[in-house]
Write a new protein. Structure first.
Length: 86
């Protein structure tokens, strides 16, 4: 899977590009989310997300959705999803 190449830190644009298949689309998504400015530079929130690994972002998404700490989740790199442990 192409996205498995971009699991580390500072790979947000590359990973999303691999997921959606086009860099322009990926940049548009990140702009809509508020992670990039109109001129394509990272916002403060975007810098935080970019500094995370794919695992950390997945756990962060799950944590915000359910309201539990990130340590309560286990990451599956094949699905790019985090689920509650146990």
């Amino acid at each position: 899977m192409a996205t498995q190449k971009h699991m580390g830190r500072n790979k947000l644009i590359e990973r999303l590009t691999a997921q959606v298949g086009d860099k322009g689309t990926a940049i548009g998504i990140l702009k809509n989310r508020g992670h990039l400015t109109k001129d394509g530079k990272f916002t403060v929130e975007g810098m935080k997300r970019n500094a995370m690994t794919a695992e950390e972002r997945a756990k962060d998404r799950a944590s915000k959705k359910i309201g539990k700490p990130t340590s309560a989740f286990k990451y599956n790199p094949k699905t790019n999803m985090a689920k509650l442990k146990g």
